[in-house]
Design a protein around this ligand. Structure first.
Ligand SMILES: [Zn+2]
Length: 97
């Protein structure tokens, strides 16, 4: 699988072709604010490489996605935003949104 898909909005955000409000980035993953947030602080954490399915990432990247989500969850709790709870949602494939 190619590292980027020109038809993929997430690849466009990672490449900088589509603007995104990034809150975190490293060599493997990026995190940014959702354009249609369910709640204030709604974040999306994705691998830097095109991966429509969880199986399209290696295990270490999959684990790193959760590691970063874990850290960002604590950052949200520390941010001053009203935050009584946090959902971690994994969308594995287009049918899963
Ligand atoms: Zn992509």
């Amino acid at each position: 699988m190619a590292d980027r898909d020109p038809e993929c909005i997430f690849c466009g955000i990672v490449a900088g072709a589509i603007s995104g409000s990034f809150v975190y980035e490293d060599a493997r993953v990026v995190a940014f604010l959702d354009i249609n947030p369910v709640n204030p602080g709604h974040l999306i954490v994705i691998p830097r490489t095109h991966a429509p399915l969880l199986a399209d990432t290696d295990e270490e990247t999959g684990a790193h996605l959760f590691r970063v989500a874990h850290r960002l969850a604590q950052s949200l709790r520390d941010s001053g935003l009203r935050c009584e709870g946090i959902n971690l949602f994994l969308a594995d494939g287009e049918a899963a949104f």
